[in-house]
Design a protein around this ligand. Structure first.
Ligand code: PBG
Length: 330
């Protein structure tokens, strides 16, 4: 049918009709809130490259969890900043039952028992080399790393984590983690796999937050390109993701967000599990910086971005904007 019988602008004439035909609506249920945890007491330190985002000690983490729950934000993704003296090549501290991550999980569960607690699983915050896996002969050793990631996941499950989120991109780690969790009776512990994670320069501010950037050491790779994906590739993301689902992932994830929305749609069309997106630290930093200069309208661009991520096919997103968005909506 043709103009003037069809005029598409009729459905845009007022906010009332626009909201009636709107295809994508953002709610607090769309968000997973990343949280950065540090040792100490009463510590809330702003991350310089992530304005208005903080590292928190356990006492304040518990307050934060209550505040998030009251806002309708019901799931968190935990990251820890590990002191240098506890770092080594195999991330030994990651398996400490009294480690910071394990205590952080318990702290949140004590504060808000219903909060859904997800944990980052990768060696980089614990690694003296800043790599997600064990370094040997100038390489990141895949299978040795998998065994550690499985033990790490089990340790998080024992501490009370609801879901583990391996962010390392080793081959076969989902299978190793799933097998160990099943063997140990953790049948309901979920796995959110960072299944299509790209080697991206957008992770810079996050590595500042955790002091986890790959170290500049002789004979050690200075970047993560031998395990994280090449950002030029699209078909490979679907292959990676289908393999992780076969190995036992409950939710799959694309990371970063905005530059990768083609990948999000490909994966959404190809899989039968929920799809998550990680809107990463660099994406957050860019908008904060442009808004601080008065060059962009922070709230409007933020809402446009998270809506675009959901429209592309994300069922949920990990985003540093979660609280800002919920405040804006309410
Ligand atoms: C580490 C990890 C990274 C992020 C989440 N988990 C950084 C990296 O891979 O170097 C990035 C998150 C962000 O930038 O917000 N395994």
């Amino acid at each position: 049918m043709m103009y003037p019988l069809k005029r598409n602008r009729r459905l845009r004439t007022s906010e009332a009709i626009r909201s009636l035909v709107r295809e994508t609506v953002i709610t607090p249920n769309d968000f997973i809130v990343p949280l950065f945890v540090v040792e100490g007491k009463s510590i809330k330190e702003e991350i310089p490259s992530m304005p208005n985002y903080y590292r928190m000690s356990l006492d304040l983490l518990s307050k934060e969890a209550k505040e998030l729950w009251a806002m309708g934000l019901k799931s968190v993704l935990l990251f820890v900043k590990v002191p240098d003296n506890l770092k080594d090549n195999s991330g030994t501290e990651a398996l400490n039952p009294e480690g910071l991550m394990q205590r952080a999980i318990k702290t949140i569960k004590d504060a808000v028992p219903e909060m859904y607690v997800m944990t980052d699983v990768a060696l980089d915050p614990y690694s003296s080399y800043g790599h997600d896996g064990v370094v040997g002969n100038g390489q990141i050793v895949n299978d040795d790393t998998n065994a550690l990631l499985a033990e790490m996941s089990l340790s998080h499950a024992r501490a009370g984590a609801d879901m583990v989120a391996p962010s390392d991109m080793m081959d076969g780690r989902i299978f190793e983690i799933r097998t160990l969790l099943e063997d140990e009776g953790f049948h309901n512990t979920g796995i959110l796999s960072y299944s299509a994670k790209y080697a991206s320069a957008f992770y810079g501010p996050f590595r500042d937050a955790l002091d986890s950037a790959p170290a500049d050491i002789k004979d050690v790779p200075k970047d993560k390109k031998t395990y994280q994906m090449d950002f030029a590739n699209r078909d490979e993301a679907v292959k990676e993701t289908l393999m992780d689902i076969e190995e036992g992932a409950d939710i799959v994830m694309v990371k970063p967000g905005l530059c990768y929305l083609d990948i999000v749609r490909d994966i959404r069309d190809a899989v039968d599990v929920p799809v998550a997106v990680y809107q990463v630290s660099g994406e957050y930093a860019m908008l904060k910086a442009a808004a601080a200069k008065g060059w962009l309208d922070h709230d409007a661009v933020m809402l446009e971005q998270v809506t675009a991520i959901k429209r592309a096919g994300a069922h949920m997103m990990a985003s540093y904007f979660a609280k800002d968005v919920v405040k804006l909506l309410s």
